[in-house]
Design a protein around this ligand. Sequence first.
Ligand SMILES: *[C@@H]1O[C@H](CO)[C@@H](O)[C@H](O)[C@H]1NC(C)=O
Ligand SMILES: *[C@@H]1O[C@H](CO)[C@@H](O)[C@H](O)[C@H]1NC(C)=O
Ligand SMILES: *[C@@H]1O[C@H](CO)[C@@H](O)[C@H](O)[C@H]1NC(C)=O
Ligand SMILES: *[C@@H]1O[C@H](CO)[C@@H](O)[C@H](O)[C@H]1NC(C)=O
Ligand SMILES: *[C@@H]1O[C@H](CO)[C@@H](O)[C@H](O)[C@H]1NC(C)=O
Ligand SMILES: *[C@@H]1O[C@H](CO)[C@@H](O)[C@H](O)[C@H]1NC(C)=O
Length: 426
Amino acid sequence: MPSFQSALVFTTLVTSALAAPAPAAPLVPRSFEVLQVRNPNAPPRNGAAAMAKAFAKFGFGNTAVQRRAMASAAMAGSGSASQAANGTTGGGDNGSVGTASANMGAEFLSQVTIGNQQFNMDFDTGSSDLWVFTNALPQQSVGQHSTFIANKSPSFKQMQGATWQISYGDGSGAAGTVGTDTVNIGGATVTNQAVEQATAVSQSFVQDMQNDGLVGLAFSSLNTVKPQQQKTFFANVMPNLDQPLFTANLKNDSTGKYQFGTVDQTAFTGGQLNWAAVDNSSGFWQIQSNSFMVGNQKMQNPTATPAIADTGTSLLLVDDMVAQTYYSAVPGAQLNQQAGGFTYPCSTTPPNFSVAIGNSGYMATVPGSMITFAQVDQATCFGGVQSNMGAPMQIYGDTMFKAQFVAFNGGNNSLGVAPKAGIAMN
Ligand SMILES: *[C@@H]1O[C@H](CO)[C@@H](O)[C@H](O)[C@H]1NC(C)=O
Ligand SMILES: *[C@@H]1O[C@H](CO)[C@@H](O)[C@H](O)[C@H]1NC(C)=O
Ligand SMILES: *[C@@H]1O[C@H](CO)[C@@H](O)[C@H](O)[C@H]1NC(C)=O
Ligand SMILES: *[C@@H]1O[C@H](CO)[C@@H](O)[C@H](O)[C@H]1NC(C)=O
Ligand SMILES: *[C@@H]1O[C@H](CO)[C@@H](O)[C@H](O)[C@H]1NC(C)=O
Ligand SMILES: *[C@@H]1O[C@H](CO)[C@@H](O)[C@H](O)[C@H]1NC(C)=O
């Protein structure tokens, strides 16, 4: 914990202050950044657990094929598919939990200040609640988490009668009460941000010891606060930014960052971002993605489901036909029931894999050297590209973000994507 805290450094970019003579009044920063670090306590990666987490998050698992996939993921050791540690306090089912197999944790965390208190939180472009562990949770749920103590924050105001509850497909989730406070991310503050106080969290969050909560960065229509839905941090801060966007620059092993209000032109290659229209009617950052590439060979996906950009999902989940086609080009690859997804010999370097970003013609490439998500055993690797098993969405998660720089533009609802600078392409 201490080493993690000290690893975080904040930089505020006061670009306009550099351009103009210092004005009399202090400037409100119009762009800012927050570092993202790899969760130091994240257990070893587990492919099946990552699959199950994604399926649970979006409530997939309704078809026979998906149920089989969930069951095999559970058998492979994640426990998450069958675990119904529902809402309460960690007293719930304990299935196969307790080892690396229970890796449902956030892989990347960033620092957030709520009122006068600091937390490490998971930035999630696939949900829209900002929630935090609190001292109202039972001690066994709190463990080593930092908890928000409302009555120690002078700027906190309780929102009478407001509640929230996020539940995932497997019944896991979190719930509680709501207030408003000043939230500071990398130097930009929103006063009166809705802060959702967890009074119940499921086992998977309890076990993720470094992660004190989530910052949801999808559209506010997915926010779960009742009776009055609340706006996300991004929706609140957007009017004050230089540009109405934020960018995700995630790194596999080292420190990445989120930036709000500005696009770092040195963070990507190709000279420009490739913009695709976002359909926000589902509340997600959703784009069309109707073609893909295996190596240099471009192919159509005539029955493509929409794709969402989700920093809170580890894998790149594509339509089943796409996954089948890709792995048919990887020597020795198989749909490995025991491992819970597609695997291949670690001695193989798989071909590049690319997905279309909207109808711009741009294909986002994950180089073959960055396809592996985790090692199943000495000789077997679990792919970062997996099938969505017939679910109605493709989910472009961290496997893509580690190779692609992505701008989320809330001004004209679009995603801008380009290859990240400094990654080895092979
Ligand atoms: C937890 O599970 C019990 C029994 O299955 C169910 O009755 C209850 O509604 C669930 N609670 C939540 C918060 O999902
Ligand atoms: C979890 O399982 C272990 C081993 O079977 C058992 O000792 C423990 O009491 C269980 N915990 C809960 C909360 O059910
Ligand atoms: C959205 O805005 C960006 C500039 O921030 C612009 O370059 C892009 O073309 C716009 N995209 C769409 C789809 O309108
Ligand atoms: C989609 O974006 C528009 C324009 O920014 C906004 O007015 C609308 O509320 C958004 N829809 C949803 C479902 O969030
Ligand atoms: C990414 O990080 C993980 C965990 O540290 C490591 O096992 C893996 O080899 C890394 N992958 C790449 C492509 O650097
Ligand atoms: C993989 O993709 C990168 C980036 O587009 C490219 O530079 C490289 O040549 C590709 N490798 C192969 C084997 O096609």
